[in-house]
Design a protein around this ligand. Structure first.
Ligand code: SF4
Length: 242
């Protein structure tokens, strides 16, 4: 499929423009975090809010000198350091296993070996680690390596299906549909602003359709105009603050 000419690409481009009109071009730090920092921050962000996962990440970064030091900690200690992010048992196991596997495999804790690979190869390499799925791996591609890849979390999945740019029952299928049709150089603004829309306006229950910049092009059958409550701004993005 030609990404530049498909009608889905054109629709994604239009949505991106409307979201930029509403929210502006999202903040993006000049210096990208290393892939290993980004991967661990994203593991911590699973099933919690950005403020709690940011706190868990800074607990690890501020209390220890290096990932090597953290690799030597008992898994229970890692679990207590990241408790605020929830799912401590699972996340501490994933982090400890990742760090120790890298030491065994490469004699160092670094993911620099993935940076020359193409997007697909990187996804394959990262999802080989237990506990790391497509969303987590694609966040490394977008936020650390600045590739034109749109990760699909629960907000991107829900809003994309409501708007009509995807028709799928899982975030991973939505990921394929969107990324096969993603125009060049828009992944960061499209992803970030769509998450913001999902948190503030296109909420899981009672979306605020009367306040939505995508109202005219959205195909959702059950639009809600009964509540036009104030939007609560939720624009702190963990992965742009690692
Ligand atoms: S119009 Fe309603 S359902 Fe459609 S994207 Fe906006 S808030 Fe979501």
């Amino acid at each position: 499929m030609n990404k530049k000419t498909s009608s889905l690409s054109k629709k994604i481009l239009k949505i991106n423009e409307l979201l930029i009109q509403k929210y502006g071009i999202p903040y993006r730090p000049q210096n990208s975090p290393s892939p290993i920092d980004m991967l661990i921050a994203t593991i911590l962000s699973q099933n919690t809010n950005d403020r709690n996962s940011y706190k868990a990440f800074t607990n690890l970064k501020n209390n220890y000198n290096s990932w090597d030091e953290i690799a030597k900690l008992p898994v229970k200690k890692i679990e207590s350091e990241i408790k605020i992010a929830g799912l401590g048992k699972q996340k501490s196991f994933t982090i400890k296993n990742l760090l120790n596997t890298l030491i065994k495999k490469n004699n160092e804790i670094s993911l620099s070996y993935i940076t020359e690979k193409n997007d697909e190869e990187i996804i394959h390499a990262l999802t080989d680690f237990p506990g790391i799925g497509l969303k987590t791996a694609s966040c490394v591609l977008l936020f650390s390596l600045k590739r034109n890849v749109c990760p699909v979390d629960t907000h991107v999945h829900r809003t994309s299906n409501r708007i009509g740019i995807a028709e799928s029952n899982t975030p991973d299928k939505t990921y394929v549909l969107i990324n096969n049709n993603l125009p060049e150089n828009i992944a960061h603004s499209f992803h970030t602003n769509l998450i913001r829309l999902g948190r503030e306006i296109c909420k899981p229950a009672n979306p605020l359709c009367g306040n939505c910049p995508l109202n005219k092009i959205c195909k959702f059958k059950n639009k809600n105009y009964s509540s036009t409550g104030r939007n609560i701004e939720k624009n702190f993005m963990l992965l742009d603050n690692v």
